[in-house]
Design a protein around this ligand. Structure first.
Ligand code: GLP
Length: 241
């Protein structure tokens, strides 16, 4: 794993956006795997700035997102579809027909998962996968558990994740309890992986991810087995390393 030390959140965002920009310049028709959560918001802001300055072209890019809440419609402000449009897709010249997320409104979970795996396969595979890190070490919504799940699957969100998401919803009942997420095999098949981590609250889990045992109770620890992972973390997140 390559670890890049950033001064703070802004520096982390700029460094990560520069890595994604380099990928897009080197391969203008590349497939980007994208993530949600608060950590990558600054990265998307930087990419939009690069686009506005005329330095980036999204017209040939395909995107596949890691996950989506189950049972939430695209026009719900908390859906990941909405998040991606709000933070990136509506602000750059991307072809919306080539932006993909799991279909949160598909009630047949087996179908939703199979459809999404087919979509990912049809893109030809992810060139660069952006990841955030959950406090419990989850990537996408691959929550701690007894195994690593390979393919797209429907997850019951961990209690801690539901609590962490509570701040985005008006009431506890509205917080989704399930989500569709890309599996670990699909994430690991990305040619390159870029993990962004910010804040002292992520320092203990980041230490486990990088130096701990490779085990499914910290799903991101599996990244130690990938040949091309770059972690861009700020000093607060790296404070235990
Ligand atoms: C959600 C997403 C993850 C993300 C995580 C961390 O659970 N499904 O992909 O990495 O949140 O979020 P944050 O960056 O807000 O800490």
């Amino acid at each position: 794993m390559r670890i890049i030390r950033a001064k703070d959140y802004d520096d982390m965002s700029r460094k990560a956006a520069n890595i994604i920009s380099a990928q897009m310049i080197m391969k203008p028709n590349c497939v980007l795997g994208l993530a949600t959560g608060s950590t990558p918001i600054g990265v998307y802001g930087q990419l939009v700035s690069h686009y506005q300055e005329g330095d980036l072209d999204f017209s040939g890019i395909t995107t596949v997102n890691l996950d989506e809440y189950r049972g939430i419609s695209r026009d719900n402000e908390q859906s990941y579809y909405y998040f991606m449009h709000d933070n990136l897709f509506s602000k750059v010249n991307i072809d919306l027909k080539r932006t993909f997320l799991p279909d949160g409104m598909e009630p047949d979970s087996a179908k939703a998962c199979q459809d999404y795996d087919r979509v990912i396969a049809e893109t030809g595979g992810v060139d660069l996968q952006l990841l955030g890190l959950g406090h419990n070490g989850h990537i996408g919504f691959n929550e701690p558990g007894p195994i690593f799940k390979a393919q797209t699957h429907c997850v019951k969100l961990a209690e801690s994740t539901i609590k962490a998401n509570r701040r985005f919803f008006a009431s506890e009942e509205e917080v989704p309890k399930e989500a569709y997420t890309m599996g670990i095999k699909t994430i690991m098949q990305a040619k390159k992986i870029l993990v962004v981590v910010s804040g002292a609250d992520k320092a203990p889990i980041l230490k486990k991810v990088i130096y701990g045992e490779i085990a499914p109770d910290v799903q991101a620890s599996v990244l130690q087995l990938h040949g091309d992972v770059t972690v861009v973390a700020d000093e607060a997140a790296l404070s235990e390393i």
